[in-house]
Design a protein around this ligand. Structure first.
Ligand code: ADP
Ligand code: MG
Length: 729
């Protein structure tokens, strides 16, 4: 073992054995939300009339006037300063997929020599960070780089703590001076609005809109992640630069034994989790579950669901907190979708439903505050949306890192289908054939659906192989990558469902006229549901999504199969996508296209960085180690021959080794050549070159290096192995 690797392992074991244990056993009620400028705090600190008007803004989207903003800002500042804050920041989510902040202190000069701390309504509601270094996909030139941030009052203001430094964080949307969305929040908010408008039309037609002001989408994201000892992490340049291993032979003990899943949580990890949870509770993030995942060193954390906008903000905080706390325990948190070849990757299951502001889940068949007919309308609208726009949904989760995971026999396939379970499939079959099991009084069809209320919520009916599964009262979009923001896939999902609800509502309105009688509604609705099911049930699949048979079956059904990001991302460049987002005012055509370019460019950058890192590790670490091994072997053989001993097959071993080193060297040269390729043309052309030229060469380098790892003397091998990385925890 090289000295560096040895030291790293020694340090890792020491860390593991001395794990800190604070952070455990906190009193959640006391901690929960204490760093949030919550409704409760606002009620206490704001004059009653101001509080009321602010609530109207938050809950009903009414405009906030300047004077009101001043009062709110002053209260916010006092609250924050009492808790040690010196600065505030507009916290936003640029198209890097991360969050960004620029801190300003509360300080202001008052004309004399002293200073006062101040925070005005305009500073609260609007900021102007320099936007030039954030991706815009050509939406704005650098010379007109101004962008501004605008307060999103629907997501709570919170305190960010780093040691003694406390910053007041204001969730904001980030737009260009001409109003184009430069972030992930703006389109998400617009998509929720679009879905709300269309869903309200349906409720009105079905007569269940009483008291309902608007519709929200709810989101509960389950986050998978890996924990690696930090000493080992630093000894691996690939992990350090790319968040994944570019080399590494499979360990003899992988996940075959399946002894890690839901197993007892190692002490160091449990302490870490408790501290993460404590920090998240302070921020009002309702984290609920923690457990070991399938792969060794893989874990999961999941919150209770919230309104999608807040849930997305909280998800960003959750990812940041996971990363930030880990070093305190000598750990590195890895959010990459596929850090280790041959070991399960990480996803982020986005549990999603549609809910009224009166708290009714429109995707819950058991909710007796509305009829099952209504449930079936929403269910069928989602089925239709996913079938028609499967390509968009697929593209919404495309990235270089998720490419390693999707369709790799351990994650949902890249073919989008819906799992409904036997019970619902039976019901849609009944609706389709028109042979329902019961009829209502007066001979009207009740679709079989009105027999639903007491049906069990099918929690046991699990299918892990589906990318998009109905799980009792919500859909679970499982193909989302672990490192990506939920904002974009949720934006796309909301938009395609809005389109589908629009289609359904318009059909109803056309057939029913102004004042429909209830009997007619039943008939019209069931007719339309039948048509939708006939046309779109091809997207429903309850079987094994990993199987080869499904791939063939999906092709027969004509479902799109966009294998990788380079196949999928151009969907956003198409007119059809631009038109759809524009129609529902989620993104302009230019904004949609810009996103396509940004994602393709990111793909190219990500793979290029990996390839460059790979060349460097191959030349400076793997090759020298292999040569040293070759020299030892050669010297040993020649010494034996000098002593006139028959060396048996040792010459052949040496020859194989030399050949393998030759393979490594050749593949590294080819990879370098592929990287040097002068990329002209569009992002798409460049991405194609990366996929078809660079990635195959990377695979060859890896194959040679991994083969070397299993023959070169362990003491010479410079990189911590999979065994070291995955089993010291
Ligand atoms: P699993 O068995 O997949 O872990 P759970 O039932 O524990 O599923 O729920 C997973 C996530 O789904 C949790 O975050 C939970 O809060 C969320 N969830 C439950 N109901 C809804 C809903 N109506 N809308 C959105 N998310 C929901
Ligand atoms: Mg799940």
């Amino acid at each position: 073992m090289t000295t560096a690797r040895f030291n790293a392992i020694a340090a890792a074991t020491a860390w593991r054995d001395q794990a800190r244990t604070e952070g455990a056993g906190q009193r959640i009620e006391e901690l929960y939300g204490c760093d949030v400028f919550s409704e409760k705090v606002m009620r206490q600190r704001l004059p009653k009339s101001v509080f009321q008007r602010l609530m109207n803004t938050i809950k009903r989207g009414q405009k906030l006037d300047a004077q009101l903003a001043d009062t709110v800002a002053a209260a916010m500042k006092d609250w924050a300063v009492e808790r040690g804050a010196t600065h505030y920041t507009h916290w936003f989510q640029p198209l890097t997929g991360l969050t960004a902040e620029k801190h300003d202190s509360f300080i202001n000069t008052d004309g004399s020599h002293s200073v006062v701390s101040q925070f005005s309504g305009s500073a609260l509601t609007q900021g102007e960070p320099d936007a030039s270094s954030f991706p815009s996909g050509g939406l704005r030139a650098t010379f007109e780089a101004r962008g501004y941030t605008a307060w999103d009052p629907t997501s709570p203001v919170f305190l960010n703590r780093s040691g003694p430094n406390v910053t007041l964080c204001i969730p904001t949307a980030f737009v260009s001076w001409t109003g184009e969305a430069l972030d992930n929040k703006t389109p998400l908010l617009r998509s929720i609005e679009a879905l709300s408008n269309q869903a309200m039309r349906i409720l009105r037609i079905l007569g269940s809109d009483q008291g309902v002001g608007r519709i929200n989408t709810t989101l509960g994201p389950e986050q998978e992640y890996f924990l690696i000892d930090r000493n080992l992490y630093f000894a691996r340049p690939d992990l350090l630069h790319c968040d994944r291993t570019l080399f590494g032979a499979k360990p003899p003990k992988g996940q075959q034994l399946e002894d890690h899943y839901f197993g007892s949580i190692p002490a160091r990890v449990l302490s870490y989790m408790a501290e993460v949870e404590g920090e998240l509770y302070r921020l009002g993030v309702p984290v609920k579950t923690r457990h070991n995942e399938v792969a060794p060193a893989q874990f999961e954390i999941a919150p209770i669901f919230e309104n999608a906008n807040v849930a997305v903000d909280h998800q960003m905080l959750l990812m940041e907190t996971l990363k930030r706390v880990a070093p305190r325990y000598g750990l590195q948190c890895i959010l990459h979708e596929k850090p280790f070849a041959g070991i399960n990757g990480s996803g982020k299951h986005n549990n999603w439903a549609i809910s009224t502001d009166t708290g009714v889940n429109l995707l819950d068949p058991r909710d007796d505050t509305h009829t099952n007919l209504q449930f079936m309308v929403f269910l069928c609208a989602v089925i239709r949306a996913v079938d028609i726009h499967a390509d968009l949904l697929r593209a919404s989760i495309a990235s270089a890192s998720n490419d390693h995971r999707l369709g790799a026999n351990e994650a949902p396939p890249a073919i989008i289908s819906i799992f409904l379970g036997d019970m619902l499939t039976d019901i849609i079959d009944q609706i389709e054939s028109g042979t329902t099991r019961r009829t209502k009084k007066g001979g009207q069809l009740d679709l079989g659906a009105t027999t639903l209320p007491n049906l069990p919520r099918d929690a046991g009916d699990r299918n892990r192989t589906s990318p998009f599964a109905f799980t009792g009262n919500k859909f679970e979009f499982r193909a989302v990558g672990s490192s990506q923001t939920s904002a974009w896939p949720m934006t796309v999902l909301n938009t395609i469902v809005a389109e589908s609800l629009d289609f359904v509502a318009s059909s109803f309105e056309r057939s029913l006229g102004k004042n429909p009688n209830p009997a007619k509604v039943q008939k019209v609705v069931s007719d339309l549901l039948r048509t939708i099911i006939k046309e779109h049930k091809r997207v429903v699949f309850n079987g094994d999504g990993y199987s080869k048979e499904w791939h063939e079956e999906a092709e027969r059904r004509g479902l799109p199969h966009l294998r990788d990001s380079v196949d999928a991302l151009p969907v956003f460049l198409k007119k059809r996508a631009g038109d759809l987002f524009a129609k529902y005012k989620v993104l302009s055509r230019a904004e949609t296209e810009a996103r396509g370019h940004i994602f393709l460019e990111k793909y190219v950058k990500q793979v290029t960085i990996e390839a460059e890192t790979m060349v460097s590790i191959s030349r400076t670490m793997v090759f020298p180690a292999a040569l040293q091994h070759q020299r030892r072997l050669a010297e040993a053989i020649s010494a034996a021959q000098g002593a006139d001993v028959d060396v048996g097959d040792q010459r052949a071993i040496l020859e194989d080794l030399v050949a393998l080193i030759g393979k490594l060297s050749g593949a590294t040269n080819r990879l370098e050549a592929a990287l040097a390729h002068e990329a002209s043309g569009s992002h798409l052309e460049h991405a194609k070159h990366v996929r078809d030229g660079v990635k195959p060469a990377m695979a060859d380098v890896r194959e040679a290096a991994d083969a070397l790892e299993s023959v070169v003397a362990d003491e010479l091998w410079p990189l911590p192995t999979y065994r070291d990385l995955l089993f010291i925890k």
